[in-house]
Design a protein around this ligand. Structure first.
Ligand code: SF4
Length: 109
């Protein structure tokens, strides 16, 4: 059973999309997830999918495979919502740019 509130869905960029469009499989997922790139509730959406171990569709701009990877890398996280909210608050208070991904870091070194 899914846990956590879903009030954020009212602001979802995909709110008017046909639901099936977000529940695609395979390589089509990568094309569909671009819809999420400027969604105002991307963090909430990703946290919901991770906390509820959702094994289908695009959530928070991630594919199923990407979410499985996050879950494997951080097996001790009990609330992705709390973790991502804390990271967002820390980032907002720091005044710094978001850290680069590993691939971006290698390109700039
Ligand atoms: S992040 Fe993507 S899937 Fe999640 S609510 Fe926004 S548009 Fe929809």
């Amino acid at each position: 059973m899914a846990t956590g509130d879903r009030q954020w869905e009212a602001q979802a960029k995909c709110g008017t999309q046909v639901a099936e469009a977000l529940f695609v499989e395979g390589t089509v997922q990568k094309r569909v997830k671009t819809l999420c790139s400027d969604c105002p509730v991307r963090t909430e959406c990703l946290a919901y999918a991770l906390d509820n171990r959702i094994e289908h569709g695009i959530w928070g701009g991630t594919t199923v495979r990407e979410r499985r990877s996050l879950l494997r890398r951080r097996p001790t996280v009990t609330s992705w919502r709390l973790l991502l909210d804390a990271a967002r608050t820390e980032h907002a208070n720091s005044g710094r740019l978001l850290p680069l991904s590993g691939a971006d870091r290698r390109r700039t070194v």
